[in-house]
Ligand binder design. Structure first.
Ligand SMILES: Cc1cc2nc3c(=O)[nH]c(=O)nc-3n(C[C@H](O)[C@H](O)[C@H](O)COP(=O)(O)O)c2cc1C
Length: 356
């Protein structure tokens, strides 16, 4: 019997061999936005571990779109070329690869972990951070409020990065609309106090992400899946919330977003988040139920039976795992054994299937 976790899923022209996927996770290991040896080994380990999709970490669509000075980028040919062998290897293992296209907004220009200070200076490769409004996130300098022309440029940068990603061989594109980065900053009335067409009511605050979706969709073939990661709530009254997330996904489903990856938080410091096993699942379930869009859930899902139960009960369509995959990049191989699925292992690893 095949579990739901190991039942393949087809979205547009791409078949994923299972529904246990790797969540995007920053590695702070790039030089000038270019993937290197660490990425080859790190992403390669997931590729040998049986996952259906590796979603590569938040990748800046322009230099100021990176979170840290050591984050990946997708604005030049060198960056494209560095991804090619990584993706080729993943494909040889039967794993699909996606890229999370991102702009960090007011939470950008940080140093890499290990530094004795959080914000990178210009000498260290840092930059002037940008946002919808000149409202600082605690611990960061006041950002520059983007002009209309600058907003249009960022939208174009997303579309250009999408085209470059396909040239590199990525199977899937994900827009990072979560965690208090630029798109989320536009969505939330707590970080967007603009009075022009990019602020104000729901229509104004969602214009930026709607334009990005439209610019990317019109730049890529019909066969390419497009995902969006959102923070479904700011976890605070008066912020971005579940009801607005539902409305947004109804619109974006019609505009060609194929799947929503439901996360939360990141735009408001110090809020109380009810963290616990599967704590974000109910938000994914509500969005799925009200919009009918394919939905992926993430957050403290660590156990194969827990993952299977979420899928069989119809709470989500896909399980995305972060830290559990860091602990064990071969989590899917182990999950299949646990659920009684017989799946193909890389021949090099076959002797590890049993210890008898
Ligand atoms: C080291 C690390 C880096 C992360 N980087 C990203 C990122 O680049 N983009 C993103 O959307 N989420 C990022 N996240 C969040 C994870 O993708 C995931 O949503 C979160 O860890 C909760 O899932 P988990 O409990 O399975 O780890 C990161 C998490 C970790 C631990």
């Amino acid at each position: 019997m095949t579990s739901q976790l190991f039942t393949p899923l087809t979205i547009r022209g791409v078949e994923f061999r299972n529904r246990a996927w790797v969540s995007p996770m920053c590695q702070y290991s790039a030089v000038d936005g270019v993937a290197g040896e660490w990425h080859r080994v790190h992403l390669g380990s997931f590729a040998t571990g049986g996952t259906g999709l590796i979603m590569v970490e938040a990748t800046g669509v322009n230099p100021e779109g990176r979170i840290s000075v050591a984050c990946l980028g997708m604005w030049n040919q060198e960056q494209v070329d560095a991804f090619k062998p990584i993706i080729d290897f993943a494909h040889s293992m039967g794993t699909k690869v996606g890229i999370q296209l991102a702009h960090a907004g007011r939470k950008g220009s940080t140093t890499a972990p290990g530094s004795d200070h959080p914000n990178a200076t210009l000498e260290e490769g840092g930059w002037t951070i940008v946002a919808p409004s000149a409202i600082a996130f605690p611990g960061y300098p006041e950002p520059h409020a983007l002009s209309t022309a600058e907003i249009h440029q960022v939208v174009q940068d997303f579309a250009s990065a999408a085209k470059r990603s396909l040239e590199a061989g990525f199977d899937v594109l994900e827009i990072h609309g979560a965690h208090g980065y630029l798109i989320h900053e536009f969505l939330s009335p707590l970080s967007n106090t603009r009075t022009d067409e990019y602020g104000g009511d729901f229509t104004g605050r969602t214009r930026f992400v709607r334009e990005i979706v439209s610019a990317i969709r019109s730049s890529i073939p019909e066969t390419v899946p497009l995902f969006l990661r959102i923070s479904a709530t700011d976890w605070v009254d008066g912020g971005w919330d579940l009801a607005q997330s539902v409305e947004l996904m109804k619109i974006l489903k019609a505009e060609g977003v194929d799947m929503v990856d439901v996360s939360t938080g990141g735009n408001v410091a110090g809020v109380k988040i009810p963290v616990g096993p599967g704590y974000q699942v109910p938000l994914a379930t509500e969005i799925k139920a009200q919009t009918g869009i394919l939905t992926s859930t993430v957050g403290l899902i660590t156990d194969p039976h827990q993952a299977e139960e979420i899928l069989t009960s119809g709470q989500a369509d896909v399980i995305t795992l972060g830290r559990a995959m860091l602990r064990n990049p071969r989590w899917p191989l182990f999950a299949a054994e646990t659920l009684g699925d017989v799946i193909e292992w890389p021949v090099q690893l076959e002797r590890g299937r049993t210890i008898h």
